[in-house]
Design a protein around this ligand. Sequence first.
Ligand code: N01
Length: 483
Amino acid sequence: MADRPVRAAVIGAGVAGILAVIELRKAGISNVVCYEKGDRIGGTWRDNSYPGIACDVPSHVYSYSFAPNPEFSRMFSPGQEIQEYLERVTDDYGVRPHLRLGDEIKRATFANGVWSLETAAGDVDDYEIVIAATGVLHHPKQPAFDGLDDFRGDVFHSARWNNDVELEGRRVGVIGTGSTAIQITGALVDRVSHYELFQRTPQWVMPMENRPFSDDQKATFRDRPEQLEELRDFLETTFAENFADAVVDAESEQLAQIEETCRAHLYGQVFDPALRAQLEPDYRAACKRLVVSGDFYQAIQQPNAKLVTSSIEHIEPRGIRTDDGRLHELDVIVLATGFEVDRFMRPMEIFGLGGRSLADVWADGPVAYLSVSMPEFPNLFMLNGPNGPVGNFSLIQVAEIQMAYIMKLVSRLQSGASQEIHATERAMREHEELRIEAAKSTVWVTGCNSWYLDDRGIPAAWPWKFSRFREVMAEPDLAAYQS
Ligand code: N01
């Protein structure tokens, strides 16, 4: 029997949204609209243009399996190159005609087997299937410092970098020591007259050698795709065995080795005992999301750079006042203070069966069955949704695995085997109980504060090995779904 025609909406045109359009079309669904509130595709890679931005997951893993890119310049490519790669994939795989750029979804309501999506401009369109690819690290976290608005210089969040602001020869202060601030530090210290890094908590820093690929290597990848495939497989396996599997077992040998490597990095590069003590964390490596950098320690030891460890008291017109009474005079303040990581599809208003509101369901925190489906929200699927694999993973790889799973549910809707599919409340609760129990063995709960932890102190992440993620996601367990 022929498939019934279904219409699909994708919300967000970042790495996951682009993938969703490609996979839906591959499955014969031609009526696909991808809503993107920004004026370009790219998500994270469009939003973040700070100096030093790069992906700290190897580029050949941080790319679509079906669209290898022999041209990546380095093992860890700069953000601009990733954005260009995504633009190319968007063209090459026919995604562009499906895009509605500058169109923000405000509300989604399910009734009579159909999702009605309402845009900010007031248009309403109906779809049988909705894929939310709205990102995780998307809404900048604005710290509530007293006096921030009184600052006379320039101030902006790292994810809203103001490229019009001159930095050369100026005094720049960066608040935060996450992956973003560490990358900025390496790239910016040499460009400015004076650099201050405001550290609330030190970070373990994994050394990273960012080798460029030679022209010969790139030519080989181009001419012999199987070699690129081999490299990708090697990087994936090495990463899974040495890192991804280690962080979910706080007692693992690999984790001890990671910490040893980070400590040797610190002690091998920072010789001033006072500075070293300030930079040495008192929690375990990888408890916070591990920072990777080959140039941070050198940069922070430059004569024009200063690590500030006194707490920020408030901000004044001329700079930052710390609790030791010092005023740090600055021309530019960068808030590298992270993201509101529990937002996901919000602030969109989403109403499922019987008018059930997502805002209510997620009032105590976002929850979903296997990160992809929620009870009473039929035919709405999430990519990189709540409590899924996060951290030093390739979120492209994670989205590909999730999308393949989702497409198996979508095919039931296409064939008419199901009209409405959504996880059962019971499946979601049981999954949550197991997830919370397993999280107790991870390194993320060994005594640090991080964006992984939810309001209850439970890591909002996949707490098992990556191989288990692959296994569970290989085939939907239909008993966990109402359909
Ligand atoms: O944000 P973060 P990020 N006063 O939340 C500090 C991904 N990423 O943008 O540690 C003073 O990690 C806060 O201090 P503390 C990656 O997944 C990937 O750096 O909470 N300080 C912390 O130091 C990463 O993990 C790449 O004590 C305040 C910092 O701000 C995620 O994005 C590159 C403060 C926030 O760190 C987020 O990284 C970059 C306050 N009021 C990022 N509020 C890749 O390469 C916050 N802080 C793929």
